[in-house]
Design a protein around this ligand. Structure first.
Ligand SMILES: [Mg+2]
Length: 313
């Protein structure tokens, strides 16, 4: 069956039937959802757009990975603020000749993410379009005044990263090569956001960001927003097995957290945390320096950038 045969009301019924048990005051079915936030918390609110052929390729990425990832990347953003993800909306645009099988696979992935991250779908919208667009908007909560911002890094702070680096870009490369057995492929298709670790260190962290566009690009965001510079060491970076240098330094869609703090433990919420460098007094241009076997050089942002052709991931 094609999406055009199901129709918009059929699509909404299909989604509503699967996601009707959201723990909110009012979920799917009215003009808007209603939810309550526990006292002492602020709302964290973010969204992320996934476009066919830009973020995924229909013949390469399984539909359930597209659904899972659209939710997971928002969980990662909430976690990067030190928040707990709660509820989300999905807006989906797709061609009328799309197989309903793809929609069912997509919803399987959304359901998997709901179970894994303890979040719930509370509404959304749909439309027709020539290619698939998925937009997820997520609401979370953070302790009032306790959010981790990009702008709080201070000279003398240490720079930490969760998990390892390079596995998503490596996974995409292996996926394109048809090497489905490589463990990095599942890291690319089903990333594990570090929101539990983010929430756990929020009290101690001075700044944080999730690595969605690559270490070089996202660390540059921190130094720019904090008006500092930074130095990291190549030999301290927790590279994923088999990952190439550019994948470790510039590969996107990692969804690891980059955290700036005075000191953090080696493991938080079961996630290894590695110290990779330090924050310096600002140089003229708020730069990131990389120390490797050939000395110290400026690490320019060379990760993913939309609307330009310089992206590598
Ligand atoms: Mg982010």
């Amino acid at each position: 069956m094609k999406l055009r045969d199901l129709g918009e009301s059929g699509l909404i019924r299909r989604i509503r039937d699967r996601f009707k048990d959201a723990p909110v005051t009012l979920g799917i079915g009215d003009d808007a959802a209603i939810l309550d936030i526990p006292p002492g918390h602020s709302v964290v609110y973010c969204s992320d757009l996934v476009a066919e052929n830009t973020h995924f390729i229909r013949g390469l990425h399984p539909a359930d990975s597209v659904g899972y990832k659209a939710v997971a990347v928002n969980v990662s953003d909430v976690g990067a603020m030190g928040g707990i993800p709660m509820h989300f909306l999905i807006s989906l645009a797709a061609p009328g000749d799309l197989d309903v099988e793809w929609i069912d696979g997509f919803l399987n992935g959304v359901e998997r993410a709901c179970r894994q991250f303890g979040v719930s779908l509370v509404g959304g919208d749909s439309s027709s379009a020539e290619i698939i667009f998925v937009d997820v908007s997520m609401v979370g909560r953070v302790r009032q005044g306790g959010a981790m911002l990009r702008s709080g890094a201070r000279p003398g702070d240490a720079i930490y990263v969760t998990g390892n680096l390079g596995s998503s870009a490596l996974g995409l490369e292996r996926l394109k090569a048809g090497d489905m057995k490589h463990p990095a492929v599942s890291r690319h298709l089903y990333p594990e956001p570090r929101h539990h670790a983010g929430y756990a260190v929020a009290d101690r962290a001075h700044a944080a960001i999730d690595i969605s566009d690559g270490l070089s690009t996202d660390l540059n965001h921190i130094v720019e927003e904090s008006k500092v510079s930074a130095r990291i060491y190549r030999n301290l970076l927790p590279a994923a097995p088999d990952a190439a240098d550019w994948q470790v330094l510039h590969g996107g869609e990692e969804y690891e957290l980059l955290i700036v703090a005075r000191e953090l433990p080696a493991v938080v919420e079961g996630v290894p945390i590695t110290r990779i460098g330090e924050i310096l007094e600002s140089s003229a241009n708020h730069q990131v320096f990389l120390v490797d076997g050939s000395g110290e050089s400026v690490l320019r942002p060379r990760g993913w950038q939309h609307f330009s052709n310089s992206g590598q991931s």
